[in-house]
Ligand binder design. Structure first.
Ligand code: BGC
Length: 273
């Protein structure tokens, strides 16, 4: 089964049809630049452009870099504040004429990594953290996701963690890998103190350069590994969320009642997807 996945980020909007059996893109992804100001209408124009590029007319799963509840954005840490309260899933569904599911970007990356990437087969507490403009988080236990965990906004030494340890903080502060890795290490130690995960998966664009900073991180008891789907995790996870959302309630492989509504995906069972 193929579903369209689209990842809405601070700098780009990227999408492609996704083969859900393989967890991979069916065609090379298409990207447009995120408009600025990144208001909902301007961004949704970009999303439609990406979808139209493929002539796609079926269901769409989209990711958003903030808290999403029932298809509506609740926060907007790194995008235009006009998103807050907007049911972007519904708006987009009206424009594309097909069901649309909207989920948090890190949650999408997490379900993709748990099913097809670095978290495959892991049933303990697993935490995926995406490092980019902000820090996103996806927390799993027994293969079940707790959505919208927002661990990037934890306070650490009097600062919001993402203001100190995101890759944006690295770039803006012109920090060396060593310096930045120390901040990431402190952040991981803090999250570990709270959740004692068995595995941290490090995602976001910087996961491509894992060899530059993961060897510098010490003293974390959990395994710390780079994400495997790299920049496509959001697209794949968005598409997975849309497929999960459209499963009928009571189906053997997905017995959760929340799965009946199209804009309220039950992202819980990534492992059993
Ligand atoms: C947002 C999260 C998002 C993360 C990565 C944070 O600022 O609050 O919802 O997952 O950035 O985009």
């Amino acid at each position: 089964m193929n579903v369209f996945g689209v990842d809405i980020g601070g700098s780009g909007i990227k999408g492609a049809p996704v083969d859900l059996e393989r967890g991979d893109l069916v065609a090379e992804r298409h990207k447009v630049l995120t408009p600025h100001p990144a208001t909902p209408d301007a961004v949704l124009d970009g999303v439609c452009e990406v979808i139209e590029h493929f002539g796609w007319s079926g269901p769409v799963g989209a990711t958003y870099p903030g808290v999403v509840v029932d298809g509506a954005a609740r926060t907007a840490a790194n995008v235009d504040k006009a998103w807050i309260g907007v049911n972007a899933a519904q708006k987009l569904a009206e424009r594309v004429g097909a069901p649309v599911t909207l989920v948090n970007d890190a949650d999408a990356a997490g379900i993709a990594e748990l099913r097809f990437g670095a978290g495959r087969g892991r049933t303990g507490t697993v935490i995926l953290l995406t490092f980019g403009t902000g820090i996103g988080s996806a927390v799993f236990s027994g293969g079940q996701l707790v959505p919208n965990t927002e661990l990037g906004h934890l306070e650490l030494h009097g600062h919001e963690a993402e203001a100190r340890a995101s890759t944006r903080a690295k770039e803006e502060g012109d920090l060396s890998w060593q310096h930045w890795a120390r901040r990431v290490q402190k952040y991981l130690a803090h999250v570990e103190m709270l959740f004692s995960p068995e595995l941290f998966i490090i995602g976001g664009g910087v996961s491509r350069k894992a060899d530059k900073f993961l060897p510098l991180i010490e003293g974390i008891q959990a395994e710390v590994v780079p994400a495997q789907l790299r920049n496509n995790a959001g697209i794949v996870g968005g598409a997975m969320a849309a497929a999960l959302a459209s499963r009928p309630a009571g189906s053997a492989s997905h017995p959760h009642p929340a799965a009946t509504t199209l804009t309220t995906p039950d992202l819980g069972s990534a492992a059993g997807f």
